[in-house]
Design a binder for this molecule. Structure first.
Ligand SMILES: *Cc1c(COP(=O)(O)O)cnc(C)c1O
Length: 403
């Protein structure tokens, strides 16, 4: 997407605005499937929580992706987008048995990450095959908040409890047709990932009815020029080889699965906001935009970096800025950033705004959530309208009372 495309989109749909590039989503999907092209049966489930707009789900589904969902609402969104139930996997954590049963009723694949639930579900529905989420206790994450494979994690069933899983399987007569791990976001070290995979392959030998092995996600994406990222091609080659060998040795025709979110959509998204004011203080120059962490919380929540460019004045002389939002508490998008000269009214573009940005937005400070646009073959399509005052009050009740 060119600067002009983005400026045109703001002109047409207003600010702040999320814009997603369908081409980039397509090329990321292709890069992933190419890396595993030597695997006969490959199934990518896109992690809906990263960006859950129906049109984005539909695009990924048309490319061949199924959906990875973590709530019953995400399951319903995926179905609404036209995804077939058998192409949806439901991987919740800490939800009620009733919610899992509701998902099963909708016909989606079930991934269970708790022995107690496995036993209850197996007892009540022995005919419905399930996948189990294994915690291999390997740290492959970046930020500690997003590493989920380690020993104290709330995710998954410990690999040390494999005998208990097996016992539940035989006691209930249920069928375990898949095993899964998701070691956390931001895989940097391929060897650590392959090490965790070995644990999963070993576990796989214990399940006779296995149909798929799901290696989760956590591919790291670059946040700026020259940034380190998962070497997907190298990982694809190594894991494919190992997977094919495993299938050949065991004489099994398994499906290899992944469920990336960030990798598929992060770089495809730009967040656009207008500069309300440029404010000089004794120590810095603030650029204050018409948005805040209510629309893009990642920098404040876990210190993620989003490149910031002034697309209204890309050739301007560079200066250092602190880019801040309008929320009435600390609300910083970027400190001490070198950006081409910012004038009031300019449009700033934030990179890596496809994943975990709009889906984490809120109405804090009673602001409206932004509109979303999907750029397809150079044409901008509005895929979510900006909220308005009606949305803010829709579910509220003003009661009559004496104070
Ligand atoms: C969040 C999540 C993902 C996606 O992680 P990314 O880092 O966005 O690729 C995949 N699987 C599960 C179970 C998740 O919870």
């Amino acid at each position: 997407m060119t600067h002009q495309d983005l400026l045109n989109a703001v002109e047409e749909f207003g600010s702040p605005l999320y814009v997603y590039d369908a081409d980039k989503i397509k090329s990321q999907y292709k890069r992933l499937t190419d890396a595993f092209r030597s695997v006969d049966k490959l199934k990518i489930h896109y992690a809906v929580k990263a960006l859950s707009n129906l049109s984005v789900l539909s695009l990924l589904n048309k490319l061949g992706a199924g959906m990875d969902t973590v709530s019953i609402q995400e399951v319903k969104l995926a179905l609404e987008a036209g995804v077939l139930p058998q192409d949806i996997i439901y991987t919740p954590n800490g939800v009620s048995l009733e919610e899992i049963e509701e998902a099963a009723e909708l016909g989606v694949k079930i991934n269970i990450d708790n022995l107690s639930i496995l036993e209850q579900f197996g007892t009540r529905h022995p005919a419905i095959p399930v996948c189990v989420r294994i915690n291999p206790h390997v740290m492959a994450g970046g930020n500690t908040n997003i590493s989920v494979g380690h020993i104290d994690s709330k995710f998954g069933i410990s690999i040390h409890q494999l005998p208990h899983i097996k016992r539940i399987e035989s006691n209930t007569g249920m069928i375990i047709n898949g095993i899964h791990m998701h070691t956390g976001s931001d895989i940097l070290d391929i060897d650590v990932f392959l090490y965790a995979s070995e644990i999963l392959f070993e576990a796989a030998t214990h399940f006779e009815n296995l149909e798929f092995i799901d290696f989760g996600s956590g591919f790291k994406v670059p946040y700026r020029e020259g940034d380190i990222e998962t070497n997907l091609e190298e990982m694809g080659e190594k894991l494919s080889k190992r997977f094919n060998k495993f299938c050949a040795e065991r004489n099994k025709d398994l499906t290899l699965s992944f469920e990336p979110g960030k990798f598929l959509v992060s770089e495809a998204g730009k967040f656009l906001a207008r500069v309300n004011a440029v404010k000089q203080t004794t120590s810095t120059v603030f650029a204050q935009i018409d948005s805040g962490f209510n629309h893009l919380i990642r920098p404040m929540l876990y210190g993620s970096r989003h490149e910031i460019a002034n697309i209204s004045n890309p050739e301007g002389r560079e200066r250092f800025y602190s880019v801040v939002g309008y929320i009435c508490e600390t609300d910083t998008f970027g400190n001490n950033r070198r950006i081409s000269e910012i004038r009031e009214g300019d449009i700033l573009s934030f990179g890596n705004a496809g994943a975990y940005c709009m889906t984490m937005s809120s109405n804090y400070n009673s602001r409206y959530r932004p509109a979303e646009v999907l750029m397809v073959y150079g044409k901008a399509h509005l895929i979510r309208e900006r909220e308005d005052f009606e949305d803010l009050i829709r579910r509220q009740k003003l009661i009559e009372m004496e104070a």
